[in-house]
Design a protein. Structure first.
Length: 274
């Protein structure tokens, strides 16, 4: 049995601000330990339930947040930027039996949720697939489905769990905090969150045969609404990209792998970075 884990930081217990989620902010070093140990809790549970291999993917900021030396020694870690498939990089390498989203968050248009956003908080307002608004979880779980990998378990705040179950079905979940607003929450302690994630992962793997991959058949209409005009200006210069209005573009992609890679280029290209 092979298990895949992809982790973000905004849905980690104790995290409520940008200063915690990005260096050199206050408590960033603590938050990355909490993120690492949350992944470790899911991985240890997977091994205890019979997994032969666990691959974890660091999917926050520069994808160099997880402290590799704190992970169980049998875990392999995907790190770094400019990689295929974005937040689920590596999910296409062999057959995974199930996947976890650890520390994820609500989408940018959800009514609440701690630090909710979609893809890049300062750049993107909304992402749509075939006209339907999707969060990051709503975007990436069918990317995994394209490769035959089902989402089986999630952790984050209560709004994220509600939102994601609404699109992914009855996945197992660990609620680790309850949002009072975009920058406020009531949270479990990290130690209690690790216990909740451990229990969630064990429940998910115990019924792993109940979960099926989620697929979106191509071609797929991918629409991105930006918060400012310049990204739409630039991307609309590509012949395959249609400009819908001042802030929104649409492109037809063959499948969800293509959608993921288009978003990686659209949001990740910086010609000044060496």
């Amino acid at each position: 049995m092979r298990i895949y884990i992809t982790a973000d930081i905004e849905g980690i217990a104790g995290v409520v601000s940008r200063q915690q989620s990005l260096p050199p902010g206050i408590d960033y070093e603590a938050a990355r330990r909490w993120m690492t140990d949350s992944v470790a809790a899911a991985a240890e549970a997977a091994f205890a339930m019979g997994a032969d291999e666990v691959v974890a993917c660091d999917s926050h900021y520069n994808s160099q947040n997880i402290l590799i030396e704190r992970l169980p020694k049998r875990v392999q870690l995907v790190q770094g930027v400019r990689r295929p498939l974005g937040m689920v990089a590596g999910v296409d390498e062999g057959k995974f039996d199930g996947a976890f989203f650890i520390g994820w968050h609500t989408g940018s248009t959800h009514r609440s949720g701690v630090l909710g956003h979609t893809m890049r908080s300062l750049v993107v307002r909304e992402v749509r697939l075939n006209g339907k608004t999707v969060s990051e979880a709503g975007f990436y779980h069918p990317v995994m489905g394209h490769f035959g990998v089902p989402l089986i378990g999630i952790s984050g705040d209560a709004h994220f769990v509600e939102e994601t179950r609404g699109l992914a079905g009855d996945v197992e979940a660990a609620v680790v905090k309850w949002a009072y607003g975009h920058l406020a929450a009531r949270s479990l302690t990290p130690a209690a969150a690790y216990e909740a994630i451990d229990a969630m992962a064990r429940r998910a793997i115990a019924r792993i045969d109940d979960f099926k991959p989620s697929r979106i058949d191509g071609p797929i209409a991918l629409e991105v609404e930006f918060k400012h005009r310049p990204p739409a200006d630039t991307l609309s210069l590509l012949p395959q990209v249609e400009r819908l209005d001042g802030y929104t573009i649409r492109v037809m992609v063959p499948d969800m792998a293509g959608a993921s890679n288009f978003m990686s280029v659209a949001l990740g290209y910086d010609p000044t970075e060496k």
